[in-house]
Design a protein around this ligand. Sequence first.
Ligand code: F3S
Length: 427
Amino acid sequence: MNLTDSDKAMLDGAEGPAVAAAMDLLVRYGRALDAEHLCDVRNVAGTMTQPSPAKARLVAEGGWDKAYAVLNLDSDGDFAIPDMRVPTCQLQQSFGPDAAGIAPHPAHDLVQLQSDAESFYGRKGVNILATCTPYQVGNIPVRGEHVAWMESSAVVYANSVLGARTNCEGTASTGAASLTGRIPCWGNHRRANRLGTHHIKVRTRVTGALDWGMLGYFAGDLVQEERPVISGDLGQPDLLDLKHFGAAAASSGGVEIFHLPGITPEAPTLESAFAGDTVPEAVPYGADERRAVYEDLNSQGTRTDVDFVLLGCPHASLDQVRDTARLLEGRRLNSGTQLWLMVPRALRTTADRNGWTAVIEAAGARVMTDSCPAMSRTAPPGTKVFATDSAKQAHYLPAILGIEAWFGTLADCVEAAVTGRWKGELR
Ligand code: F3S
């Protein structure tokens, strides 16, 4: 792999042992992938604060520096961690102390560990956004910018909607990128790897988050780790629609980039999404396919008693918070049903000021931050059946928690929370 003089100097220790360890990791990573060189990144979204028993042991043995060396740099070295070299943010983590009494949480010492990690890494320059949607709270890379992000739903949004360039990175590669401002230039960093591979032609109505989530689930299942291009009479999607489309496509498959000709930035036309190559024969997405996806996502629900409703995956937009408040206003949740709405902490502040949090909580529901049931592997005690408006949570949570799932619109989910019964249907 070709290294610049600056890369070599970092590798040789000119900027200290932690940066040398970070560069060593990036060189090993790049060589394993046959990357020709590294590229500059000035935007890293990773995980430094997520608590675990292994991190607790490392902190007890050698402090926060040791924990970063082992977990974020894959190094056994004993060295001090310098400030982050480039802007870095923390993605979603575990529930914090303000979820006490709501979300069953691992041991108190892990909650404290996360709070201590926020203090330590925050001072090092890690912005504790604590959300899977950093693009909703001010971290918005521009088109063509190389970044190093984790979290599949954030990666697919960054690549496809924003036109930034990132692979789905990991804890160690983002830890090393934070200290060096470099990442191997392979995969989605290269234009040739961003072009469409499959063409899906929509022949049915696709409006709203439910439909965009189902279309994403269909696309991911079809293309797996390749790159779908979606054409048809789609109308104008918004942030919420594309957030749900990408998260679903990255759940049923491993989609990291998609194109919507005329909508997403790297595909002004259908032909350009394939770089002028022949457009592949279209796979239809019509009323039958739409119905089949809906039935697939609802195939794990047998009992209609709903114990738990989960909204805000990926973390909710302010529009979703507002819509939830309007649907709940003046109502009370069924006594045996809980509703959690996940939002980025920074948006919760606005929701509080708008009065939406008060309306939602007056109904007995909860507006929560930092994490989600899949990430924290938790749900209200005794949950056997849950409902969600997220194809991603419907895909993952039954496997993670061994519970049944119903998938439907936001209104279907709120109705289930108020009545305790699932009555959703595809309209
Ligand atoms: Fe975010 Fe959790 Fe969904 S991290 S994308 S709310 S599974």
